[in-house]
Every structure is written in structure tokens, then in C-alpha cells.
Design a protein around this ligand. Structure first.
Ligand code: ADP
Ligand code: MG
Length: 140
């Protein structure tokens, strides 16, 4: 497997509870390297654009409001098979279904307030990285 990149967000429920470091440690312990990172407060436009794929889902409004409610940390992660490795350490969307040892099992509050985002494919990783980062912000 090649070294690849994925995109991660430490979500508002985590930044609010001062878990930025704890979540990042779990990502690093899983073999992922943070090659870009910034703490931002998403605008409505950014949150709606990022989650546009979910715009017809019943939870869309709630999701956008949540993502704007507190700062988030957007990150580019690099490692062997980074997309899958990150999804594995994140755990299932619903923390009630997440495996032991995953970030969502450990920290998520609910299916909505679930601590982390991670790209679900290499193609989406590229799109999501480009949505939040310029190439010169990815420093290795
Ligand atoms: P994942 O983040 O695991 O890729 P999805 O892409 O299906 O999950 O959903 C995006 C985000 O929307 C979830 O991480 C969660 O914050 C929110 N979400 C998903 N399903 C629900 C739901 N049934 N109710 C509330 N929020 C939800
Ligand atoms: Mg998803």
C-alpha cells in the first residue's frame, strides 16, 4: 500500500471539550501523520458547501448548525492507506455501533456529535483537502 493522504475534521463537540490533543494522539498512534492543520470557525457557507452531498437528508440543517457551533480543526493526514486507516480508527458513524478502541467509541456523544470527520474515498479526500487547504499549507 502506498503512502496517501486523507482529510480529517476534529468536530465542535471535541474542540468544546478540549479534546483536540486527545483525538490527534489517537490519529498519530494509528500511524497517521498530521501534515497540515488549522483551527477555524466554519461559516454557514463553508459548512453547507462541505456537506452538500447530504443536503437532502433530514439531518442536514442540524449538521450545518452543529459544524458552525464551535471551532473545528481541519487536518490533512498522511500514511499508508490513509483513507482506510483513518476510517478504521474513527469507528462507525453512530458511536453505539463503534468498535472498542476507536475515536467515536471513546469520545462521540451521539450520531450527530461524533467527534471526527474523515474522507470516505481517495477521490473525496482530494476534493475535501482542496476545499480547506492551499497546497503550500501542506508542509509534511
Ligand atoms: P460519516 O461521518 O461516518 O462519513 P455520513 O457521511 O453518513 O457519516 O454523515 C455525515 C455526518 O452527518 C455524520 O458524521 C454525522 O455528524 C451526521 N449524521 C449522519 N447521520 C445522522 C443522523 N441520523 N442524525 C444526525 N446526524 C447525522
Ligand atoms: Mg461521510
Amino acid at each position: 500500500m502506498a503512502v496517501t493522504r486523507t482529510f480529517s475534521i476534529i468536530k465542535p463537540d471535541a474542540t468544546k471539550r478540549n479534546l483536540t490533543g486527545a483525538v490527534t494522539k489517537m490519529l498519530e498512534d494509528a500511524g497517521l501523520r498530521v501534515v497540515a492543520s488549522k483551527r477555524i470557525h466554519m461559516s454557514r457557507e463553508q459548512a453547507e458547501g462541505f456537506y452538500a452531498v447530504h443536503k437532502d437528508r433530514p439531518f442536514f440543517g442540524e449538521l450545518v448548525d452543529f459544524m458552525m457551533s464551535e471551532p473545528v480543526v481541519v487536518q490533512v493526514l498522511e500514511g499508508e492507506d490513509a483513507v482506510k486507516r483513518n476510517r478504521d480508527i474513527m469507528g462507525a458513524t453512530n458511536p453505539a455501533e463503534a468498535d472498542d478502541g476507536t475515536i467515536r467509541k471513546e469520545y462521540a456523544l451521539s450520531i450527530g456529535e461524533n467527534t471526527v470527520h474523515g474522507s470516505d474515498s481517495e477521490e473525496n479526500a482530494k476534493i475535501e483537502i482542496d476545499y480547506f487547504f492551499d497546497e503550500d499549507e501542506i508542509v509534511g
